[in-house]
Design a binder for this molecule. Structure first.
Ligand code: PEP
Length: 247
């Protein structure tokens, strides 16, 4: 049985004043059945970890370097993130692919480094609007799956987030049938590559304009094991109802 996961991606938002949002979530959802993960900016990880010692909340980062250490000014290694309090790292988010020219092979080598250090990875993938309109979505997802996921993964260590790029931060959401088609396709490809036992343990998140108002409908889709949430994860008043819809 896969444990549901509500993952928040704070992106480049949040200073110490916002730690109260994590404190409020930790208090309100102490008994949550689902796992709650918040990927804060790296600068907040250490202080945020004060609220995650007990209860369902875990912390994550939004990127890591593919090397363990060395002359890489401004970069952060997986080991440093663990030291600061992270147990997950989001990799391959479309904003990193676009802003930092990250390709599948970069995502794969970062994932290898993260797994080796002991982080769990949430690997993001999704199509552009033009790709969806040209009916190329499954080809794009198939390529990203093959290219960005390393071989040595398990249900414990890998989470995949399907995030159509045109749905991120736009208020647009694919139809339930479209979400279902992609999630079923990902599960099938995972079964073909890793075998049914490992594939069945890997959690598949949907991401892209998930809000309290649409969460329950999305979570009812078979093969949707939770969500990766951007804007609506910043305030506990918005993220809380999403967590409740998942529980
Ligand atoms: C995201 O950036 O991963 C995301 C899903 O953002 P939003 O929920 O704001 O669309």
């Amino acid at each position: 049985m896969r444990r549901k996961l509500a993952a928040g991606n704070w992106k480049m938002n949040g200073t110490s004043a916002d730690l109260e949002q994590i404190e409020a979530l930790a208090e309100a959802h102490a008994g949550a059945l689902s796992e709650i993960m918040i990927a804060t900016p790296d600068t907040l990880l250490h202080r945020a970890s004060a609220f995650t010692k007990t209860g369902p909340i875990t912390l994550g980062a939004q990127n890591c370097h593919h090397r363990e250490s060395g002359a890489h000014t401004g970069d952060v290694s997986a080991e440093m993130l663990i030291d600061a309090g992270a147990s997950y790292v989001i990799l391959g988010h479309s904003e990193r692919r676009a802003d930092h020219d990250e390709h599948d092979e970069d995502v794969r080598s970062k994932a290898r480094a993260a797994l080796k250090a002991g982080l769990r990875v949430i690997i993001c993938m999704g199509e552009e609007l033009e790709e969806r309109e040209a009916d190329n979505t499954l080809d794009i997802i198939g390529g990203q799956l093959a290219g960005s996921i390393p071989d040595d993964v398990s249900g414990e260590t890998l989470v995949i987030a399907y995030e159509p790029i045109w749905a991120i931060g736009t208020g647009k959401v694919p139809s339930i049938a479209q979400i279902s088609e992609v999630h079923d396709f990902i599960r099938l490809r995972l079964e073909q590559r890793f075998g049914p036992q490992i594939a069945r343990g890997i959690r598949l998140l949907y991401g892209g304009s998930v809000k309290p108002a649409n969460a329950a409908e999305i979570f009812a889709v078979q093969n949707v094991d939770g969500a990766l949430v951007g804007g609506a994860s910043l305030k506990s008043a918005d993220f809380g109802p999403i967590i409740e819809a998942l529980d």
